[in-house]
Ligand binder design. Structure first.
Ligand SMILES: [Zn+2]
Length: 126
C-alpha cells in the first residue's frame, strides 16, 4: 500500500514536470486559448507585441522576411508600387477625399495601381 502510494506520488510529479516541459516546447499547441486571450486583451496583447518587437528585433526581422517569403508576388508588387509612385494620392472612389493606399487587383501586374483609402480598400482587398 505504502509502496504504490509512493509510486503514485512520484509519478504525479513526473507527469506534472512532463506537462510543463511539453507546454514550453509546444506553445502553439495551446493556440485556441491564446486566440481567446488575445481577443479579450487586445490592447494588452498589442502592447506585448510591440515590446516583443523592440526586445527581439532579429526575430521580428526574421518573421517579416518569412512573410515576404510566403507572399513574394504581393511583396514585390507593393515594393514596385511604392518606388514608382512615392507620392500620396487621393482615394480613387468618387467623392472620397481620403488619402489612398497603393492597391493591386492583380499582383502579377505591379504597375496597375488602384488608390484606395483604408475605408474603401476592403472592397477589392490587397
Ligand atoms: Zn475612399
Amino acid at each position: 500500500m505504502s509502496y504504490s502510494r509512493e509510486y503514485y506520488q512520484k509519478n504525479k510529479e513526473k507527469q506534472k514536470e512532463w506537462n510543463r516541459q511539453w507546454r514550453l516546447k509546444n506553445p502553439m499547441k495551446c493556440s485556441a486559448s491564446v486566440v481567446k486571450w488575445q481577443r479579450l486583451h487586445r490592447e494588452k496583447y498589442n502592447a506585448y507585441l510591440k515590446k516583443w518587437q523592440q526586445e527581439n528585433p532579429e526575430k521580428f526581422k526574421a518573421l517579416k522576411t518569412s512573410y515576404r517569403h510566403r507572399h513574394p508576388e504581393r511583396h514585390r508588387a507593393q515594393w514596385i508600387a511604392f518606388y514608382t509612385h512615392p507620392e500620396n494620392k487621393k482615394c480613387s472612389i468618387e467623392g472620397c477625399d481620403n488619402i489612398g493606399q497603393r492597391c493591386h487587383k492583380d499582383y502579377s501586374k505591379p504597375l496597375e495601381i488602384v488608390w484606395l483609402c483604408r475605408q474603401h480598400r476592403g472592397s477589392i482587398g490587397g
